[in-house]
Design a protein around this ligand. Structure first.
Ligand code: DHB
Ligand code: MG
Length: 221
């Protein structure tokens, strides 16, 4: 990844403002040992999610894409001890590591990890008439972004917040002719967000140890 000092700045901001977090540092080490990709949220971004949950007084959070449970841990911290996070993960091995990580971080009782394709889990939640979620974080396989967004609209209420990760994709998002299914799906999801009559949205680009990327954030009207 091209890095113009972003990683050093992120480390500084993380150390200075977010502060060292041993529960998560150990979890990252275990994720690496398990051979998992280094695509988890950075601590600065994870804490941003925690603060979003706090600002919105979110008690019910839905996450799509658990991986090893880092963003899950931050969201679970944000909802407080009486809050809940339902998180969807396709891979049993990832879910097992996430379970260990959220438990070690002391927030495991707030976290429900649903293993299987998230499209199935979300459909089940809709069919079960699940109570609306206050905050939805979508951070999974990009080709399903639009499916996840559509489900998120069915699972939220006016005032709920939806965050979609990885909307810049190293700048490739501007390539309208891209054959890359990720780029095509990211563009399609951004166009949906931008034109939906049900959403007020923006998108913010970021640089970090994860490279050049960004997120979209929307409030349900
Ligand atoms: C990838 C996925 C992510 O969710 C992310 O934040 C960064 C990278 C990836 O699949 O490469
Ligand atoms: Mg992501």
């Amino acid at each position: 990844i091209y890095d113009d000092g972003w990683t050093a700045v992120e480390q500084y901001l993380s150390d200075t403002v977010v502060r060292p977090d041993h529960a998560l540092i150990d979890g990252v080490r275990r994720a690496r040992e398990a051979g998992m990709p280094a695509i988890e949220v950075a601590p600065t971004a994870g804490k941003f999610l925690m603060l979003l949950a706090k600002i919105g007084l979110a008690k019910r959070v839905l996450e799509v894409g658990t991986l090893a449970g880092f963003s899950t841990t931050w969201l679970a911290r944000g909802v407080g001890e009486h809050g809940h996070v339902i998180t969807c993960e396709r891979e049993q091995l990832h879910a097992d590591l996430a379970r260990a990580n959220v438990d070690r971080a002391g927030v495991g009782s707030r976290v429900d990890i649903r293993v299987g394709p998230a499209t199935d889990t979300l459909r089940q939640l809709v069919e079960a008439g699940a109570e609306p979620f206050d905050l939805v974080f979508i951070d999974a396989d990009k080709p399903n972004n639009l499916n996840y967004l559509t489900a998120a609209l069915q699972l939220t209420r006016s005032g709920s917040v939806i965050v979609l990760d990885n909307v810049v994709w190293d700048g490739r998002v501007v390539d309208a002719d891209s054959a890359d299914p990720n780029v095509r799906a990211i563009r399609e999801s951004l166009e949906f967000i931008g034109t939906s009559a049900d959403l007020d949205a923006t998108a913010v680009q970021t640089v970090s140890s994860k490279g050049w990327d960004g997120f979209a954030i929307a409030v349900v009207k």
